[in-house]
Design a protein around this ligand. Sequence first.
Ligand code: KG4
Ligand code: ZN
Length: 356
Amino acid sequence: MQEPTILSIETSLDDTCAAVTRGLRVISNVVSSQTSHHATWGGTVPDIAKRLHKEWLPKVVTLALRKTGITDSRIYRYTDIRNIDAIAVTRGPGLAPSLEQGISYAKELASNLSLPLIGVNHMEGHLLSSYAQTKNVTKGLANPLYPALGFLISGGHTELVLMRGIGNYELLGVTLDDAAGEAYDKVARMLMLGYPGGPILAEMAKFGKPVINFPEPMTNRPDLNFSFSGLKTAARQYLEREKPELTREFIQDFAASFQTAVFKHLIKRLRRAIDLYTPQMLLLGGGVVSNTSLRAAVRDLAKEYDLPTYYPKNKKLITDNAAMIGIAAYYQYLNNDFIYSKSLDRLPNLNFPKSS
Ligand code: KG4
Ligand code: ZN
């Protein structure tokens, strides 16, 4: 049987994304970032995001279809809009006005082309992003081992998920306040590093020494939850108290100190989850996984346990993108998990895993 070809749309925040996948293979994956349009405001502006998604979606979808020819000449001849088997779209979690645009465009396409619709949870997309098979890099997970432990670290979420199989998930731990990526962005802002500052702060940390002793969060709580707001406050208080000159050297040391505390917290929870649940493999997902030092820290830990660790080898699959939505949608397709257009609505606070 021919694997289904799915056109996916992702607009949960401020990236306008469309992708074509066939089974687990990524045929095209277009991400059009709105960052420069929000940068002056220091954060995502919902009205701007909404307007740009609406304006860009037709172009981004067209490009995703056209690009199928660039990455795979065999599919080029066949993949036009008539050869798509389903339309998938992110339902949530995310920013309501942003989600709305992707959903309404997906509905329009599905209705015009008489195609089934699949509503996808953005966080399941991040969790399954390592399963994606790209042309040159990841072979994907040929032999997945369960139970797996998913570690999702993004701008909106920080979660530990026990995965007993595709679609069988249990939430083990969650952030009680800010997400890890959000903390990076906020601390970067205090240092006037621009927006989004997380990746810049991480780059600075590579060259600094952790000379400031930031408190590791939640040392007195032996659970699997996270907290980053105390760390953020400690960073702000340090800057208010010491009023340092923001030289490059200071920023590098400050960033390294902040990152050291973040890693201690993340790795301690991860170790605890491994000890408690004895997973057979580790899946990393979400924008913060772009951080190479974090991946090195996770790798060191995984080595101790002889635990295979996967994350998308293609950078574009780590941060928000539509191909990961296509991967999650593929499994839903196999389960006939389609949704009527009328029932498909944006769910800005959609949990993952679904609360029962
Ligand atoms: O998964 P993602 O693209 O979007 C959400 O679903 O939130 O994650 C974006 C987050 C941002 O907060 C960004 O600052 C953070 O990922 N991020 C990083 C790095 N690259 C992106 N944080 C730390 N180190 C990085 N290298
Ligand atoms: Zn995301």
